[in-house]
Design a protein around this ligand. Structure first.
Ligand SMILES: Nc1ncnc2c1ncn2[C@@H]1O[C@H](COP(=O)(O)OP(=O)(O)OP(=O)(O)O)[C@@H](O)[C@H]1O
Length: 338
């Protein structure tokens, strides 16, 4: 909090006005109109983004959307062509030197010829605010791997060791690029349990993932990147609502004219399975519509008698597909200009 005192001399008397302002918290991460291209490929385009203290944020996007490039810029591993990136109000390099950032990246092998505990101890000793070794091993779920040689680890175990290295110090920001790739279901559960603990201690967590259920379950904010831009930014519920579409499922006992179904209003997709409905006969129809009321109303107008009718919102996965495919259908500014 900042207090500003203003003293005004008027008619020989001093008037003191005290104004109290609440200082805006310094964002943990700030991207200001950042651009990054590799030759002709525009990987990050006019990216504006702020992360606030304590947020757990998922970065989603199809292959090539710019997720890894964004994380590389954030960590100072790449330099923007224009715009600026800051962490905790300073440069990425400075924030990392101060021990504020832990990262778990996709690339880069682990040092070989050492035991897991030796590698983790080294990372801990290099950190300005290293955590106790036993605690690091326990939170990463690798206590039983402590004496294993690093080159004898499975892919999923390696990922857990990478996580231990990323959390070897008391970081304020943890950055994870597809952290659970190669982990089985149980290792994933343990991993996210550990991650939650980190978030509950007030740390900001940013992770890129292709597992949409992870984003849905873990993140309190989801950022969808596409073609290097932010396509959607909000809670998972907001992203689902933003995609707008509803899913309509029903069974039909009688044969159906597919062309008539395709003519239903507000349709974004339609599939008819003739292999028998859930009830054992007929066919199951699955529709995505951006106006479920209009679609269902018209369905009755076709003389259809749907059974087991269900109308529901989209899951994050379908919302993600709806959002990104809608954008794929829209030409970019550069394409329009051609
Ligand atoms: N070093 C590089 N040289 C040339 N092009 C690159 C380089 N790194 C990334 N790209 C390109 O930049 C774009 C963004 O890549 P990036 O790896 O950031 O995407 P991503 O969202 O992380 O993808 P994925 O989900 O496949 O990991 C892609 O078109 C990619 O081919």
């Amino acid at each position: 909090m900042t207090t500003t005192e203003t003293t005004t001399a008027a008619t020989g008397a001093a008037t003191t006005a005290t104004a109290t302002h609440r200082a805006a918290p310094v964002p943990v991460v700030s991207f200001r109109q950042v651009n990054k291209s590799y030759g002709a490929v525009r990987a990050v385009a006019d990216l504006r983004l702020e992360l606030n203290p304590g947020e757990t944020v998922a970065l989603l996007g199809p292959n090539g959307a710019g997720k890894s490039s964004t994380l590389d810029l954030l960590l100072g591993l790449r330099t923007p062509d224009s715009g600026s990136v800051s962490l905790f109000g300073t440069t990425p390099q400075r924030a990392i030197e101060q021990g504020k950032v832990g990262a778990m990246l996709q690339s880069g092998g682990l040092m070989e010829g050492v035991k897991v505990k030796e590698l983790v101890r080294l990372a801990r000793d290099l950190h300005p605010r290293g955590r106790p070794l036993d605690e690091i091993l326990a939170t990463a779920g690798i206590t039983d791997l402590a004496d294993r040689m690093v080159d004898k680890l499975s892919g999923g175990q390696e990922q857990r060791v990478r996580f231990a290295l990323a959390t070897a110090g008391a970081n304020d920001l943890i950055v994870l690029d597809e952290p659970t790739t190669g982990m089985d279901v149980s290792a994933r559960r343990t991993f996210w349990g550990a991650m939650r603990q980190q978030a509950q201690q007030g740390r900001t967590v940013l992770f890129a993932t292709h597992y949409l259920e992870e984003a849905d379950e873990i993140a309190d904010r989801v950022i969808v990147l596409h073609r290097g831009r932010v396509l959607a930014d909000g809670t998972a519920a907001e992203i689902k609502a933003r995609a707008g579409a509803r899913r309509i499922t029903f069974d039909l006992a009688e044969p159906v004219d597919h062309t008539a179904l395709h003519g239903l209003p507000a349709l974004t997709s339609l599939s008819v399975s003739d292999r028998g409905s859930a009830a054992g006969a007929g066919r199951t129809v699955r529709i995505q519509s951006h106006d479920a009321d209009a679609t269902v109303h018209a369905l009755y107008g076709l003389g259809c008698y749907p059974h087991n009718l269900e109308v529901s919102g989209l899951g994050l996965e379908q919302a993600f597909i709806a959002l990104t495919t809608a954008t794929d259908a829209t030409p970019t500014t550069e394409e329009t200009a051609r």
